[in-house]
Design a protein around this ligand. Sequence first.
Ligand code: NAD
Length: 253
Amino acid sequence: MTASYHDIDGKSVLVTGGASGIGASIVRAFCAQGAHVGFFDIDDDAAQSLIDEIRGEHGVTPVYKSLDLRDQAAIPGAVREVSAAIGVIDILVNNAARDDRHAPEDIGPEQWRDGLDVNLSHHFFCAKAVAPGMKEKGAGSIINFSSVSYMMGLPDLVTYETAKAGIIGLTRALARDWSHDGIRVNAVTPGCIMTQRQLDLWITPEDEERIQEQQCVKRRLVGDDVAQMVLFLASDVSSACSSQNFIVDGGIV
Ligand SMILES: NC(=O)c1ccc[n+]([C@@H]2O[C@H](COP(=O)([O-])OP(=O)(O)OC[C@H]3O[C@@H](n4cnc5c(N)ncnc54)[C@H](O)[C@@H]3O)[C@@H](O)[C@H]2O)c1
């Protein structure tokens, strides 16, 4: 089920990690609303499949830029490139992440930095790159992605959970610093969303049964459940919301 947000029609939207999982649901959802959508990812094959699917379904072509978001120096140029194609960015969705598992004992300085680079730092550098255009327009919505994993204390995710907790601080700091520029900054915190990667790598049928037992909402949560919250935060219907965290977890925490 979806709502139509007329103010999103024609807006320029940048989604990080948009080729698969929740990010792909977000790209689909914005295309369906009539937005001009660009996305970053490293998975070129998945990106091409998504573009083909959306072109077939909606007759529009989202703009893809292959980018490893750990390369912070490359972010401003990549944002300029996508903006040249779709227009000055109105809405940024910082979605990309990688939930690798490591025991704390196995993490050295390099892995620690990589964990924060892939899960946290690009949120800041993408926000910094789109902010001047938003300031000039006097409006913008930035949506960062956290995770219930740090609230639940799930095992072997120390760099990921540290980053995801940091994203809440980042969200509140930027919301305050840019509050005079008309830029709203919020976080979305998904629960256990059954993306392909989760089902392939981590979640067994028994796990899923246990998860639904723990949720107040007794069904499988999917990428589109999260995309609907992102649309709400992108639209002016949420114009009173900034500096907050919106949990989409079926009530598991
Ligand atoms: N799926 C869940 O249950 C869940 C739960 C809590 C939070 N989240 C959060 O939701 C967001 C999306 O999660 P998901 O489950 O869809 O993840 P996913 O792994 O299915 O997709 C992540 C996307 O980011 C891309 N990506 C990874 N590293 C990248 C890099 N260095 N540069 C560019 N792109 C890169 C991947 O190629 C992929 O397309 C993430 O921020 C994640 O932490 C997901």
